[in-house]
Ligand binder design. Structure first.
Ligand code: FES
Length: 96
């Protein structure tokens, strides 16, 4: 897992089964640095209170309902680099 500065967020980039994933590096519960957490399979365990987040989706796996999921970013391998970007908000356009 690698933490990259990407103001206003730092991003935690990790490889899961060879594919890159990126979530916000600061835990949304109380701000701990998830890079310092323990990696378990496709999850990271927050070093402060032990909440477990899925690195591929940002989903809070456990405990349930005590904070939000982590913000997710798009990550792709391009040549020798991992490129990360914010997909932005999802906009739904409804035709009249
Ligand atoms: S700061 Fe991460 S679980 Fe509390």
């Amino acid at each position: 897992m690698v933490r990259l500065a990407w103001p206003p967020f730092d991003v935690l980039v990790s490889l899961v089964d060879g594919a890159p994933y990126a979530i916000e590096a600061a835990c949304n519960h109380a701000g701990a640095n998830l890079e310092e957490g323990e990696r378990r399979g496709s999850c990271v365990i927050c070093p402060m209170h032990g909440y477990r987040f899925d690195l591929t989706s940002g989903r809070l796996v456990e405990p349930h309902g005590l904070c939000d999921d982590q913000r997710c970013f798009v990550a792709r391998i391009v040549g020798d680099d991992v490129v990360v970007w914010d997909p932005g908000p999802t906009i739904t356009i409804v035709a009249p």
